[in-house]
Write a protein that binds this ligand. Structure first.
Ligand code: AMP
Length: 278
């Protein structure tokens, strides 16, 4: 695997590959790679010729400085995992390589900005679009792959692509889970064994809502889900929403595409999860 830390070097290298006709696929990550990330790389290999993975813990998308500080950064492990799965190129820049200093960025992403994750993490999606736009400019991928795990993020990136007419195709990949249902996340390493047990209420509740879904009973299902999660010790619910899969506004019985999304603090760790109902 080729490993680049400088934008210019990566751009030059990829330009050569592109000139040779290679289809470039791209998986942006913040590292601490798990099977979920690696499933994206595997899918990227299927869809294109050259897979680029970036590992960059992007400071502008963290609204909590403590969260940024404790974010895991096991880069040597990550490199081994990427090599084992056959990733072609790693881009692992320093913050100073990506940001010149006092940069301003604002993209009008409409209601997605203030809903669900946007409401609980003000400015998060501005940081996400800022860094993904920069990364797209460097890599110029034909296809970029993102996880359903961050469902709202996929909608936000698609909105950015429409607004700025970016020539990138977006592929959303399914959520990788532990055997007991917990959605894989780089943050799971912060869970104590007890947190880890309590965290299961999130995927369990999503499954339950999915199994018992009835368009006539959306409000009732949501209330039951909220009650189940709130009753779990050590879990502080941020939101549980049964939403329109395109807009993330609350769903009603006529909504065509429906997704249930949840966020909660489990001990000191913030977790999110979702299920596509239809
Ligand atoms: P992150 O490193 O958390 O920024 O995630 C990088 C990419 O991996 C994003 O597109 C995530 O949605 C995706 N991802 C994270 N966790 C999972 C998972 N459990 N299954 C599939 N994709 C995931």
């Amino acid at each position: 695997m080729k490993n680049f830390k400088k934008r210019a070097d990566l751009q030059q290298y990829i330009a050569g590959l592109r000139a040779g006709g290679a289809v470039i696929t791209f998986v942006p990550t913040m590292g601490a790679l798990h099977r979920g990330h690696l499933s994206l790389i595997e899918q990227a290999k299927v869809l294109g010729d050259i897979v680029v993975c970036s590992i960059f813990v992007n400071p502008t998308q963290f609204n909590d400085p403590k969260d940024l500080e404790i974010y895991p950064r096991p880069i040597l492990d990550d490199i081994q995992k990427l090599e084992a799965v056959g990733c072609d190129i790693l881009f692992n820049p320093e913050v100073s390589e990506m940001y010149a200093g006092n940069e301003k960025w604002h993209l009008d992403i409409g209601e997605l900005e203030g809903l669900l994750e946007g409401k609980f993490r003000p400015g998060h999606y501005q940081g996400v679009t800022q860094v993904v736009f920069k990364l797209f400019n460097v890599v110029k991928p034909d296809i970029a792959l993102f996880g359903q795990k961050d469902y709202q993020q996929v909608l936000v990136i698609k909105r950015m692509i429409d607004l700025l007419s970016l020539p990138v195709k977006i592929e959303m990949c399914p959520i990788s889970r532990e055997e007991d249902g917990l959605a894989m996340s780089s943050r799971n390493i912060h869970l104590t064994p007890r947190d880890r047990q309590h965290a299961l209420i999130l995927s369990k509740t999503l499954n339950k809502v999915n199994q018992h879904f009835d368009p006539e009973k959306i409000d009732e299902l949501k209330q039951l889900a909220e009650a189940d999660i709130t009753a779990e010790p050590g879990v502080a619910l941020a939101y549980f929403e049964i939403a329109d899969g395109d807009t993330l506004l609350p769903a009603n019985k006529n909504t065509k595409s429906i997704v249930a999304l949840v966020a909660a603090m489990v001990g000191k760790t913030r977790l999110i999860d979702n299920v596509i109902i239809r």
